[in-house]
Write a protein of this length. Structure first.
Length: 436
Protein backbone atom coordinates (compact mmCIF):
# COMPACT_ATOMS: atom_id res chain seq x y z
CA UNK A 1 0.00 0.00 0.00
CA UNK A 2 1.25 3.50 -0.82
CA UNK A 3 0.47 6.49 1.40
CA UNK A 4 1.91 10.04 1.41
CA UNK A 5 3.29 11.71 4.52
CA UNK A 6 5.39 14.82 5.20
CA UNK A 7 6.95 15.40 8.62
CA UNK A 8 10.43 16.88 8.90
CA UNK A 9 10.22 17.73 12.61
CA UNK A 10 9.99 14.22 14.04
CA UNK A 11 13.01 12.35 15.52
CA UNK A 12 14.50 9.61 13.32
CA UNK A 13 13.67 5.90 13.40
CA UNK A 14 15.97 2.90 13.66
CA UNK A 15 17.01 1.08 10.51
CA UNK A 16 15.37 -2.08 11.84
CA UNK A 17 11.99 -0.31 11.78
CA UNK A 18 12.01 1.10 8.25
CA UNK A 19 13.81 1.09 4.92
CA UNK A 20 14.11 4.27 2.89
CA UNK A 21 14.50 4.07 -0.87
CA UNK A 22 14.27 6.35 -3.87
CA UNK A 23 12.81 6.07 -7.38
CA UNK A 24 12.14 8.56 -10.17
CA UNK A 25 8.81 9.13 -8.42
CA UNK A 26 10.37 10.42 -5.21
CA UNK A 27 11.49 9.12 -1.81
CA UNK A 28 9.70 6.38 0.09
CA UNK A 29 9.82 4.65 3.45
CA UNK A 30 8.92 1.00 3.86
CA UNK A 31 7.68 0.63 7.44
CA UNK A 32 8.51 -2.82 8.76
CA UNK A 33 5.68 -3.18 11.28
CA UNK A 34 2.62 -3.50 9.08
CA UNK A 35 4.55 -3.72 5.78
CA UNK A 36 3.44 -0.35 4.45
CA UNK A 37 5.08 2.04 1.98
CA UNK A 38 4.87 5.80 2.55
CA UNK A 39 5.83 8.65 0.26
CA UNK A 40 8.02 11.03 2.28
CA UNK A 41 9.71 14.36 1.68
CA UNK A 42 13.51 14.57 1.39
CA UNK A 43 14.10 15.90 4.92
CA UNK A 44 12.03 13.15 6.50
CA UNK A 45 13.76 10.57 4.32
CA UNK A 46 17.18 11.72 5.53
CA UNK A 47 16.07 11.62 9.16
CA UNK A 48 14.78 8.11 8.73
CA UNK A 49 18.00 6.98 7.01
CA UNK A 50 20.19 8.21 9.84
CA UNK A 51 17.74 7.33 12.59
CA UNK A 52 18.25 5.70 15.98
CA UNK A 53 14.75 5.53 17.47
CA UNK A 54 11.45 3.91 16.58
CA UNK A 55 9.64 6.79 18.29
CA UNK A 56 9.30 8.51 14.90
CA UNK A 57 7.01 5.84 13.56
CA UNK A 58 5.03 5.66 16.78
CA UNK A 59 4.45 9.40 16.83
CA UNK A 60 3.36 9.33 13.22
CA UNK A 61 1.13 6.38 14.12
CA UNK A 62 2.71 4.31 11.35
CA UNK A 63 3.82 1.31 13.40
CA UNK A 64 1.38 -1.57 13.77
CA UNK A 65 1.62 -4.28 16.42
CA UNK A 66 1.71 -7.21 14.04
CA UNK A 67 5.15 -8.71 14.50
CA UNK A 68 7.36 -8.54 17.56
CA UNK A 69 4.48 -7.51 19.80
CA UNK A 70 2.52 -10.66 19.01
CA UNK A 71 3.59 -13.93 20.69
CA UNK A 72 4.34 -16.95 18.48
CA UNK A 73 1.35 -19.27 18.05
CA UNK A 74 1.47 -22.54 19.95
CA UNK A 75 -0.67 -24.67 17.67
CA UNK A 76 -1.84 -24.45 14.05
CA UNK A 77 -4.17 -27.03 12.44
CA UNK A 78 -2.81 -29.15 9.59
CA UNK A 79 -4.17 -27.85 6.30
CA UNK A 80 -1.34 -28.72 3.89
CA UNK A 81 0.64 -31.94 3.41
CA UNK A 82 3.25 -33.08 0.92
CA UNK A 83 3.41 -36.82 0.43
CA UNK A 84 6.77 -38.41 -0.40
CA UNK A 85 4.97 -41.17 -2.27
CA UNK A 86 8.28 -42.33 -3.73
CA UNK A 87 11.52 -41.91 -1.81
CA UNK A 88 13.60 -42.74 -4.85
CA UNK A 89 14.46 -41.08 -8.14
CA UNK A 90 15.70 -41.89 -11.64
CA UNK A 91 17.93 -38.80 -11.91
CA UNK A 92 21.35 -38.25 -10.40
CA UNK A 93 21.35 -34.55 -9.48
CA UNK A 94 24.55 -33.85 -7.56
CA UNK A 95 23.06 -31.24 -5.26
CA UNK A 96 19.73 -32.95 -4.40
CA UNK A 97 18.49 -32.14 -0.89
CA UNK A 98 16.90 -35.62 -0.83
CA UNK A 99 20.20 -37.40 -1.47
CA UNK A 100 19.09 -38.22 -5.04
CA UNK A 101 15.65 -39.21 -3.84
CA UNK A 102 16.08 -41.65 -0.96
CA UNK A 103 16.80 -39.07 1.79
CA UNK A 104 19.93 -40.93 2.82
CA UNK A 105 18.19 -44.27 3.44
CA UNK A 106 16.90 -47.17 1.43
CA UNK A 107 14.62 -46.36 -1.52
CA UNK A 108 10.97 -46.65 -0.44
CA UNK A 109 7.43 -46.41 -1.78
CA UNK A 110 4.50 -45.15 0.26
CA UNK A 111 1.75 -47.72 0.82
CA UNK A 112 -1.95 -47.07 0.45
CA UNK A 113 -2.73 -47.19 4.19
CA UNK A 114 -0.18 -44.45 4.84
CA UNK A 115 -1.52 -42.20 2.08
CA UNK A 116 -5.13 -42.63 3.19
CA UNK A 117 -4.20 -41.85 6.80
CA UNK A 118 -2.41 -38.71 5.61
CA UNK A 119 -5.44 -37.59 3.61
CA UNK A 120 -7.69 -38.22 6.61
CA UNK A 121 -5.38 -36.08 8.76
CA UNK A 122 -5.97 -33.14 6.40
CA UNK A 123 -9.69 -33.28 7.12
CA UNK A 124 -9.43 -33.75 10.87
CA UNK A 125 -11.44 -31.10 12.73
CA UNK A 126 -12.02 -29.14 9.53
CA UNK A 127 -14.75 -26.57 9.12
CA UNK A 128 -17.33 -26.27 6.38
CA UNK A 129 -15.93 -24.50 3.33
CA UNK A 130 -12.25 -24.53 4.36
CA UNK A 131 -9.38 -25.10 1.91
CA UNK A 132 -6.70 -27.79 2.10
CA UNK A 133 -3.65 -28.49 -0.02
CA UNK A 134 -2.29 -31.91 -0.98
CA UNK A 135 1.11 -32.01 -2.67
CA UNK A 136 3.11 -34.88 -4.15
CA UNK A 137 6.88 -34.85 -4.01
CA UNK A 138 9.76 -37.26 -3.75
CA UNK A 139 12.14 -38.39 -4.96
CA UNK A 140 10.15 -38.59 -8.13
CA UNK A 141 6.44 -38.93 -7.23
CA UNK A 142 5.44 -40.42 -10.61
CA UNK A 143 7.37 -43.55 -9.68
CA UNK A 144 4.28 -44.26 -7.56
CA UNK A 145 1.67 -42.90 -9.96
CA UNK A 146 -1.17 -45.22 -8.92
CA UNK A 147 -0.99 -44.17 -5.27
CA UNK A 148 -0.89 -40.51 -6.24
CA UNK A 149 -4.17 -40.93 -8.09
CA UNK A 150 -5.79 -42.97 -5.32
CA UNK A 151 -4.86 -40.21 -2.86
CA UNK A 152 -6.51 -37.57 -5.04
CA UNK A 153 -9.73 -39.55 -5.28
CA UNK A 154 -9.74 -40.18 -1.52
CA UNK A 155 -9.32 -36.48 -0.79
CA UNK A 156 -12.15 -35.52 -3.13
CA UNK A 157 -14.48 -38.07 -1.54
CA UNK A 158 -13.85 -36.58 1.90
CA UNK A 159 -14.10 -33.01 0.65
CA UNK A 160 -17.41 -33.15 -1.20
CA UNK A 161 -19.83 -33.61 1.73
CA UNK A 162 -17.98 -30.95 3.73
CA UNK A 163 -17.87 -28.35 0.98
CA UNK A 164 -14.08 -28.28 1.31
CA UNK A 165 -11.89 -27.19 -1.60
CA UNK A 166 -8.78 -29.32 -2.23
CA UNK A 167 -5.86 -27.80 -4.09
CA UNK A 168 -3.45 -30.30 -5.64
CA UNK A 169 0.16 -29.88 -6.69
CA UNK A 170 3.07 -31.99 -7.84
CA UNK A 171 6.77 -31.32 -8.22
CA UNK A 172 8.28 -33.63 -10.81
CA UNK A 173 11.48 -34.01 -12.80
CA UNK A 174 9.31 -34.50 -15.88
CA UNK A 175 11.01 -37.65 -17.15
CA UNK A 176 7.99 -39.88 -16.55
CA UNK A 177 5.19 -37.51 -17.54
CA UNK A 178 2.61 -38.90 -19.96
CA UNK A 179 -0.30 -37.40 -21.86
CA UNK A 180 -2.59 -39.35 -19.54
CA UNK A 181 -0.94 -37.66 -16.55
CA UNK A 182 -1.67 -34.34 -18.19
CA UNK A 183 -5.34 -35.21 -18.61
CA UNK A 184 -5.53 -36.24 -14.95
CA UNK A 185 -3.81 -33.06 -13.75
CA UNK A 186 -6.01 -30.90 -15.96
CA UNK A 187 -9.17 -32.60 -14.72
CA UNK A 188 -8.24 -31.90 -11.10
CA UNK A 189 -6.66 -28.47 -11.57
CA UNK A 190 -3.14 -29.39 -10.48
CA UNK A 191 -0.31 -26.93 -10.08
CA UNK A 192 2.47 -28.82 -11.84
CA UNK A 193 6.04 -27.75 -11.16
CA UNK A 194 8.74 -29.18 -13.42
CA UNK A 195 12.33 -28.95 -12.19
CA UNK A 196 14.53 -27.58 -14.98
CA UNK A 197 17.95 -26.08 -14.38
CA UNK A 198 18.34 -24.28 -17.65
CA UNK A 199 17.96 -25.48 -21.20
CA UNK A 200 19.82 -28.08 -23.24
CA UNK A 201 23.34 -28.92 -22.10
CA UNK A 202 23.16 -26.55 -19.13
CA UNK A 203 20.30 -28.57 -17.64
CA UNK A 204 21.94 -31.88 -18.61
CA UNK A 205 25.10 -31.07 -16.65
CA UNK A 206 23.10 -30.58 -13.45
CA UNK A 207 20.22 -33.02 -13.83
CA UNK A 208 21.39 -36.13 -15.75
CA UNK A 209 19.88 -39.59 -15.58
CA UNK A 210 21.65 -41.88 -13.13
CA UNK A 211 23.53 -43.40 -16.05
CA UNK A 212 24.91 -39.99 -16.98
CA UNK A 213 22.75 -39.33 -20.05
CA UNK A 214 21.17 -35.93 -20.51
CA UNK A 215 17.51 -35.57 -19.57
CA UNK A 216 16.46 -32.21 -21.04
CA UNK A 217 15.19 -33.24 -24.48
CA UNK A 218 13.32 -36.19 -22.98
CA UNK A 219 11.62 -33.93 -20.40
CA UNK A 220 10.60 -31.30 -22.93
CA UNK A 221 9.13 -33.95 -25.21
CA UNK A 222 6.99 -35.12 -22.28
CA UNK A 223 6.04 -31.64 -21.10
CA UNK A 224 4.99 -30.05 -24.39
CA UNK A 225 1.58 -31.83 -24.52
CA UNK A 226 0.83 -30.59 -20.98
CA UNK A 227 1.80 -27.04 -21.91
CA UNK A 228 -0.61 -27.17 -24.83
CA UNK A 229 -3.41 -28.62 -22.70
CA UNK A 230 -3.17 -26.44 -19.58
CA UNK A 231 -6.40 -24.68 -18.75
CA UNK A 232 -7.32 -25.60 -15.18
CA UNK A 233 -3.84 -26.92 -14.43
CA UNK A 234 -0.83 -24.63 -14.42
CA UNK A 235 2.52 -26.01 -15.54
CA UNK A 236 5.44 -24.00 -14.19
CA UNK A 237 9.21 -24.41 -14.23
CA UNK A 238 11.43 -24.14 -11.17
CA UNK A 239 15.11 -23.47 -11.72
CA UNK A 240 17.62 -24.24 -8.98
CA UNK A 241 20.44 -21.75 -9.51
CA UNK A 242 24.04 -22.89 -9.03
CA UNK A 243 27.35 -21.36 -10.12
CA UNK A 244 27.06 -23.55 -13.23
CA UNK A 245 23.79 -22.18 -14.64
CA UNK A 246 23.96 -18.43 -14.06
CA UNK A 247 22.32 -17.45 -17.33
CA UNK A 248 18.94 -16.48 -15.94
CA UNK A 249 17.53 -14.18 -18.62
CA UNK A 250 18.11 -16.66 -21.46
CA UNK A 251 16.68 -19.50 -19.38
CA UNK A 252 13.63 -17.44 -18.46
CA UNK A 253 12.90 -16.40 -22.02
CA UNK A 254 13.43 -19.86 -23.51
CA UNK A 255 11.19 -21.58 -20.98
CA UNK A 256 8.46 -18.95 -21.27
CA UNK A 257 8.59 -19.28 -25.05
CA UNK A 258 7.91 -23.01 -24.64
CA UNK A 259 4.64 -22.13 -22.93
CA UNK A 260 5.29 -22.58 -19.22
CA UNK A 261 2.70 -20.79 -17.11
CA UNK A 262 5.51 -19.21 -15.08
CA UNK A 263 9.21 -19.61 -14.35
CA UNK A 264 10.95 -19.05 -11.02
CA UNK A 265 14.52 -19.16 -9.72
CA UNK A 266 15.83 -20.36 -6.37
CA UNK A 267 19.51 -20.22 -5.31
CA UNK A 268 21.09 -23.45 -4.11
CA UNK A 269 22.18 -22.61 -0.58
CA UNK A 270 22.57 -26.08 0.90
CA UNK A 271 23.39 -29.42 -0.68
CA UNK A 272 24.15 -32.54 1.39
CA UNK A 273 27.24 -33.06 -0.76
CA UNK A 274 28.27 -29.41 -0.54
CA UNK A 275 28.52 -29.41 -4.33
CA UNK A 276 27.30 -26.44 -6.40
CA UNK A 277 26.32 -24.32 -3.39
CA UNK A 278 26.10 -20.59 -4.10
CA UNK A 279 28.79 -18.38 -2.56
CA UNK A 280 28.76 -14.62 -2.01
CA UNK A 281 30.12 -13.72 -5.44
CA UNK A 282 27.66 -16.12 -7.08
CA UNK A 283 24.76 -14.57 -5.17
CA UNK A 284 25.92 -11.10 -6.15
CA UNK A 285 25.87 -12.11 -9.81
CA UNK A 286 22.50 -13.82 -9.38
CA UNK A 287 21.05 -10.62 -7.92
CA UNK A 288 22.30 -8.63 -10.90
CA UNK A 289 20.64 -11.05 -13.28
CA UNK A 290 17.41 -11.25 -11.24
CA UNK A 291 17.14 -7.47 -11.47
CA UNK A 292 17.71 -7.71 -15.22
CA UNK A 293 14.80 -10.16 -15.46
CA UNK A 294 12.72 -7.91 -13.22
CA UNK A 295 13.35 -4.89 -15.42
CA UNK A 296 12.07 -6.84 -18.41
CA UNK A 297 9.00 -7.73 -16.32
CA UNK A 298 8.46 -4.04 -15.61
CA UNK A 299 8.84 -3.11 -19.27
CA UNK A 300 6.47 -5.82 -20.51
CA UNK A 301 3.91 -5.16 -17.78
CA UNK A 302 3.84 -1.43 -18.56
CA UNK A 303 3.04 -2.40 -22.16
CA UNK A 304 0.20 -4.63 -21.00
CA UNK A 305 2.02 -7.86 -21.88
CA UNK A 306 2.30 -10.94 -19.68
CA UNK A 307 5.84 -11.88 -18.69
CA UNK A 308 5.52 -14.67 -16.14
CA UNK A 309 8.65 -14.22 -14.04
CA UNK A 310 7.22 -15.68 -10.85
CA UNK A 311 9.79 -14.30 -8.38
CA UNK A 312 8.87 -10.68 -9.01
CA UNK A 313 5.19 -11.37 -9.64
CA UNK A 314 4.96 -13.02 -6.23
CA UNK A 315 6.97 -10.31 -4.48
CA UNK A 316 4.92 -7.50 -6.03
CA UNK A 317 1.68 -9.23 -5.04
CA UNK A 318 2.86 -9.73 -1.45
CA UNK A 319 4.01 -6.11 -1.16
CA UNK A 320 0.67 -4.89 -2.51
CA UNK A 321 -1.22 -7.03 0.02
CA UNK A 322 0.94 -5.77 2.87
CA UNK A 323 2.10 -9.29 3.67
CA UNK A 324 3.72 -9.41 7.09
CA UNK A 325 4.99 -12.83 8.08
CA UNK A 326 7.01 -14.04 11.07
CA UNK A 327 7.91 -17.31 9.27
CA UNK A 328 9.20 -17.91 5.73
CA UNK A 329 6.55 -20.57 5.00
CA UNK A 330 4.07 -22.87 6.72
CA UNK A 331 6.63 -25.55 7.60
CA UNK A 332 5.97 -26.96 11.06
CA UNK A 333 2.82 -24.82 11.28
CA UNK A 334 -0.05 -25.77 9.00
CA UNK A 335 2.20 -27.65 6.56
CA UNK A 336 4.12 -30.91 6.98
CA UNK A 337 6.01 -33.40 4.88
CA UNK A 338 4.93 -37.03 5.11
CA UNK A 339 7.56 -39.76 4.68
CA UNK A 340 6.87 -43.04 2.91
CA UNK A 341 6.37 -44.68 6.31
CA UNK A 342 3.92 -42.04 7.58
CA UNK A 343 6.08 -39.87 9.82
CA UNK A 344 5.40 -36.13 9.88
CA UNK A 345 8.31 -33.75 9.35
CA UNK A 346 8.56 -29.95 9.28
CA UNK A 347 8.43 -30.01 5.47
CA UNK A 348 9.38 -32.08 2.43
CA UNK A 349 13.04 -31.12 2.82
CA UNK A 350 13.23 -32.50 6.37
CA UNK A 351 11.92 -36.01 5.57
CA UNK A 352 13.91 -38.59 7.57
CA UNK A 353 15.46 -35.82 9.70
CA UNK A 354 14.79 -36.69 13.34
CA UNK A 355 15.52 -33.10 14.38
CA UNK A 356 12.32 -31.99 12.65
CA UNK A 357 10.00 -34.90 13.50
CA UNK A 358 6.48 -33.89 14.56
CA UNK A 359 4.55 -37.16 14.89
CA UNK A 360 2.83 -39.40 12.37
CA UNK A 361 -0.26 -39.47 10.18
CA UNK A 362 -2.22 -41.71 12.56
CA UNK A 363 -1.70 -39.84 15.84
CA UNK A 364 -1.27 -36.42 14.28
CA UNK A 365 1.05 -33.57 15.21
CA UNK A 366 2.79 -33.59 18.58
CA UNK A 367 1.58 -30.25 20.03
CA UNK A 368 4.66 -29.81 22.22
CA UNK A 369 7.00 -30.29 19.25
CA UNK A 370 4.98 -27.83 17.19
CA UNK A 371 4.89 -25.22 19.96
CA UNK A 372 8.67 -25.48 20.43
CA UNK A 373 9.28 -25.15 16.69
CA UNK A 374 7.01 -22.12 16.31
CA UNK A 375 8.67 -20.47 19.28
CA UNK A 376 12.26 -21.16 18.22
CA UNK A 377 11.83 -20.41 14.51
CA UNK A 378 9.93 -17.11 14.89
CA UNK A 379 11.81 -14.44 12.93
CA UNK A 380 11.95 -12.06 15.90
CA UNK A 381 13.92 -14.69 17.80
CA UNK A 382 16.39 -15.30 14.96
CA UNK A 383 19.75 -13.58 14.72
CA UNK A 384 20.51 -11.32 12.95
CA UNK A 385 16.92 -11.25 11.62
CA UNK A 386 15.45 -9.33 14.53
CA UNK A 387 17.44 -6.25 13.49
CA UNK A 388 16.75 -6.48 9.75
CA UNK A 389 14.26 -4.27 7.91
CA UNK A 390 13.36 -7.14 5.54
CA UNK A 391 12.44 -9.61 8.28
CA UNK A 392 8.66 -9.68 7.74
CA UNK A 393 8.97 -9.92 3.95
CA UNK A 394 11.61 -12.64 4.18
CA UNK A 395 10.37 -14.46 7.28
CA UNK A 396 13.89 -15.49 8.21
CA UNK A 397 14.77 -17.71 5.25
CA UNK A 398 14.15 -21.39 4.51
CA UNK A 399 14.37 -23.28 7.81
CA UNK A 400 16.26 -26.20 6.27
CA UNK A 401 18.86 -23.98 4.62
CA UNK A 402 19.33 -21.82 7.70
CA UNK A 403 19.75 -24.79 10.03
CA UNK A 404 22.25 -26.56 7.80
CA UNK A 405 24.05 -23.68 6.04
CA UNK A 406 23.40 -20.55 8.03
CA UNK A 407 22.52 -17.25 6.34
CA UNK A 408 24.85 -16.67 3.39
CA UNK A 409 22.10 -15.04 1.31
CA UNK A 410 20.96 -12.13 3.50
CA UNK A 411 22.55 -9.47 1.28
CA UNK A 412 21.04 -11.13 -1.79
CA UNK A 413 17.58 -11.20 -0.18
CA UNK A 414 17.75 -7.58 0.96
CA UNK A 415 19.02 -6.50 -2.44
CA UNK A 416 16.22 -8.32 -4.20
CA UNK A 417 13.52 -6.96 -1.89
CA UNK A 418 14.89 -3.42 -2.22
CA UNK A 419 14.58 -3.75 -5.99
CA UNK A 420 11.06 -5.20 -5.69
CA UNK A 421 9.90 -2.29 -3.51
CA UNK A 422 11.18 0.16 -6.11
CA UNK A 423 9.60 -1.85 -8.92
CA UNK A 424 6.29 -1.84 -7.06
CA UNK A 425 6.31 1.96 -6.80
CA UNK A 426 7.20 2.30 -10.48
CA UNK A 427 4.51 -0.15 -11.58
CA UNK A 428 1.89 1.69 -9.56
CA UNK A 429 2.60 4.62 -11.86
CA UNK A 430 3.25 2.86 -15.19
CA UNK A 431 0.81 -0.08 -14.94
CA UNK A 432 -1.93 0.72 -12.38
CA UNK A 433 -4.25 -1.76 -14.05
CA UNK A 434 -1.91 -4.59 -13.05
CA UNK A 435 -3.14 -4.25 -9.47
CA UNK A 436 -6.83 -4.11 -10.27
Amino acid sequence: MLIQITDAQTPPAAVRDCHVFETVHGQFAFVVEGSRIYSVDSVTAELLRSGNSSETLKRLELAEARGSMLPPPREIPVRSLSLAVAQKCNLGCSYCYAHQGDFGGKPARMEKEVALAAVALLFRNIGQGENVHLAFLGGEPLLNRSLLRESVHAALELAEPLGVRVNFSITTNGTLLTTDDGEFFERHGFAVTVSLDGTGETHDRLRPFRGGQGSYSHIIENVLPLLAAQRRMQVSARVTVTPRNLGLKNTLDELLNLGFHSVGFSPLLHAPSGQDEMMKDDLREMLRQMVECGQEFERRTAQGDRYAFSNIATAIREIHKGTHRPYPCGAGGGYFGVSATGSLYACHRFVQDENALFGNVWQGVDPAAQANWLQERHVDLQSPCSGCWARYLCGGGCHHEVIYRGRPACDYIRGWLDYCLKAYVRLRATAPGYFA
